[in-house]
Design a protein around this ligand. Structure first.
Ligand code: PLP
Length: 432
């Protein structure tokens, strides 16, 4: 039985699974198995030839992970999804699925530090050039495009600068020139659905808000099914030309009867098969648990973050506050276009006392955890300049939007009075 709804609060509890047909179990069982008994030699051969869909080996698919994939697909309004071992694996595979050595992608400069490193160093080492452009003018994406451009890449709510990305404008350019837009929506689940604004592929670090409890590393790739690979077939030979690693299958042809899912099927049966960054079933279970309360948690994260932004913006020791709720003019208009029901739980600020005060502030926090993570139910803080973004040089740090005195907060779902009390005492201590 499927529940017909578009409401996220219901989808996260019901999409993709009702109860276990064998036992009636209502919670999704953890299928902690590597492999699956074939019915017969013919059955096995059909599964390997993709003539029939079914479980073969947990590196490629798993019934627990499949429920998580279906729930994420339903939540995002996509066609199909693929769970992987981390957010980094999700962005890497999302690109490798269309780009090979000699190709390029165009990316926003406003990125998580790990993604920036992947794009500035590791992908170029593999022969994939990354062209960084300022996202404040969407036309920069078109200008950087040539016949070898295979994807556009950006984050919905990129920290640390937290300027919302103009998804629709860049997706429209992508449709015009034949390049898909990959959106990392890690910081904005529930409050933004990038596919509704035209994004073609969505990636997540499920490690963050999806899991929500800081227990598990994971990633997700969601295929919107809205990109026309065939019309742009010269640009995408990996999807539209015979694949020698799979008996000459042409992915856009082979999976047509199943729907517009050529991209995600190739990512699963070629890239996961060969590169092996699969999500463990135990972690899939943790993410399923996390998802059940995701809409509730996001509401509280957003509500608390607005209150913190207001508090900090009036505090005499604080120089600047970065949160979409404090943005003005065009930046605020873009935030209001794409974010619904809140402005996210991430927030940044600079102390008047500079780097020294920033470090004192972090060391004085009592309830906030000092960790390299975001999206936990607990409140978290970090000084990006000396940690997450420390591998970037000063120019690169400035490009991604951080200064020496910048402190990043990931506002949790504790009572707002306790959050403000901890911030208040740490601010006082930073000035002593
Ligand atoms: N994307 C964003 C926006 C992130 O913040 C992170 C991690 O902090 C990642 C991707 C990478 O995710 P993971 O740590 O799960 O590999």
């Amino acid at each position: 039985m499927t529940i017909e709804t578009k409401n996220p609060e219901t989808l996260v509890l019901h999409a993709g699974y009702r109860s276990d047909p064998e036992t009636g179990a209502v919670a999704v069982p953890i299928y902690q198995t590597t492999s699956y008994q074939f019915d017969s030699a013919e059955h096995a051969a059909n599964l390997f030839a993709l003539k029939q869909f079914g479980n073969i080996y947990t590196r490629i698919m798993n019934p627990t992970t499949a429920v998580l994939e279906e729930r994420m697909t339903a939540l995002e309004g996509g066609a199909a999804s693929l769970a992987v071992s981390s957010g980094q694996a999700a962005s890497t595979l999302a690109i490798q699925n269309v780009a090979k050595a000699g190709d390029n992608i165009v990316s926003s400069t406003e990125l998580y530090g790990g993604t920036y490193n992947l794009f500035a160093n590791t992908l170029p080492n593999m022969g994939i050039e990354v062209r960084f452009v300022d996202p404040s003018d969407p036309e920069n994406f078109r200008r950087a495009t040539d016949e070898n451009t295979k994807a556009y890449y950006a984050e919905t709510l990129p920290n640390p600068r937290l300027r919302v990305f103009p998804i629709k404008d860049v997706a429209t350019i992508g449709n015009e020139v034949g390049v898909p837009l990959i959106m990392d929506n890690t910081a904005a689940p529930i409050i933004c659905r990038p596919i509704e604004h035209g994004a073609h592929i969505v990636v997540y670090s499920t490690t963050k808000y999806i899991g929500g409890h800081g227990t598990s590393i994971g990633g997700m790739i969601i295929d919107a099914g809205n990109f026309d690979w065939e019309t742009n077939s010269d640009r995408f030979p990996l999807l539209t030309q015979p694949d020698p690693s799979y008996h000459g299958a042409v992915w856009t042809e082979a999976v047509k009867p199943l729907g517009p899912i050529a991209y995600i099927i190739r990512a699963r049966v070629v890239l996961l098969r060969d590169l092996g960054s699969a999500m463990s079933p135990m972690n899939a279970f943790q993410f399923i648990q996390g998802m059940e309360t995701l809409p509730l948690r996001m509401r509280e994260h957003c509500r608390n973050a607005i209150a913190v932004a207001e508090f900090l913006s009036k505090h005499p020791l604080v120089d600047t506050v970065t949160h979409p709720s404090q943005a003005q003019g065009k930046e605020r208009d873009i935030a209001d276009t794409y974010l619904k029901g809140g402005y996210g739980g991430l927030l940044g600020f600079e102390l008047k006392g500079g780097k020294e005060a920033g470090i004192k502030f972090i060391d004085s926090l009592k309830m906030f955890f000092h960790v390299a993570n975001i999206g936990d139910a607990r409140s978290l803080a970090i000084h990006p300049g000396s940690t997450t973004h420390s591998q970037l040089n000063a120019k690169e740090q400035a490009l991604t939007g951080i200064s020496d005195s910048y402190v990043r907060l990931s506002i949790g779902i504790e009572h707002i009075d306790d959050i403000l009390a901890d911030l208040s005492q740490a601010l006082e201590a930073s000035n002593s």
